[in-house]
Design a protein around this ligand. Sequence first.
Ligand SMILES: [Fe+2]
Length: 463
Amino acid sequence: MSTIDKDTTKGADVSDTSVYLSNNYAPVADEITVNDLNVIGAIPEELDGRWLRNGPNPIGEVDPATHHWFTGNAMVHGVRIRGGRAEWYRNRWVRGQREAEALGEPMPTGPVHTEFGAAGPNTSIGGFAGEIWALVEAGAVPMRMTPELDTIGYDDFSGTLPNGFSAHPKYDPASGELHAVCYTWPDLMDHVQYVVVGRDGKVTKVIDVPVDDMPMIHDMSITQNYALVYDLPVTVDIDLAMQERFPFRWNPDHPARVGLLSRDADNADDIIWCDAPMNYLYHPLNAYEDEDGRVVVDVCSYDVMFHKDLNGPLGDTTPVLDRWTIDPKTRTTNVEHVDERLHEFPRHNPKVGGMKHRFGYTAGATNGKADLFGATYKIDYDAGTILEHDHGEGRGGAEPVFVAKEGGSAEDDGWLMVAVHDATVDRSDLVILDAADFEGDEVARIELPRRVPHGFHGNWVRD
Ligand SMILES: [Fe+2]
């Protein structure tokens, strides 16, 4: 194996293996429902729906020496907003087969395509085709949830999804379709799948894309003409799998590349593979094609991933903001460093998905230790500026979910919904910011009855 030429001293301090189970990474112990939440400020009247968020929340004891943050049992959190009021907060475990067994409840209905899929999807939750779906990668089929966050059952898009799905389908505002790149551990070892789901919630296209080494492909991008396949150097490690640990780690022998697959293709024969930096990324912000036919994608990029830290993503290096410009003619990627501070969980106005964006919004950090998340950032790529919304002493944000304002025309005409943890009282708020007045006061602060542990992704689901 080749040696690693990476500076792995830039990560967070996770020398104590319990980091991913401590402070606001720690799970909450139970499920609660609390009605009529206290609100500071004024919730915009037009907001009628639910803020939903998914993340890991282990049931019972786990071994901190081997527990991986990504494998905790799924728990969703939600706030019902209507008529300027926050009607309720709920948190519920997603009842996959493993969760049902642990909780002593009946098994969920619906198909499970792989052993990995027996877990409840713990990575994202959102609305599509009139339903609410909890999602994860690596082989699980989606889980349908009720608007009150109860588990309905596994649903492979009415029998049309052949293998696993992804936590990061991309919504195409032009067609109303979802696009995803999906891998299925351990059933599909030599290819991943590009999957398109139509507006009716049924799969309309599946293309097998050959890859080596079973890479962990967390997310994807679309542009007007392409689906992007991020084939990066984090791949299955059989030794870890045999130890029943999280089975992916840094693989310096796996060349980094990005595949540009024509959205019109019927197979992957003509996919354009372009060299990419030997980095890892979970999340592209958005991608589009420039006037020269190159693909521009803004990314939260890690120098290395799962090299020394095998329990979570932050111990080797922390993510910085880069712009990748991928040229299908030269099959190369140019990297421009945009900001060296930590940026993760990038979001944008959904109306510009796959098209040129001006603005992006990310979660930043206030320190390099366990409680990583801090300020919220607004990046203006046209002006070349990054604004910071400081949530206050001891307070740190998470993924900023963008909700377009009704009748808004500017790209930043919208609200940002951010779960903010206050470490001084160990409780969370759901904060609503005006994206166009980003450094101004909070529009509303909805006081939640407990903390929302550091987790992954969510969405606003209109009623
Ligand atoms: Fe993600």
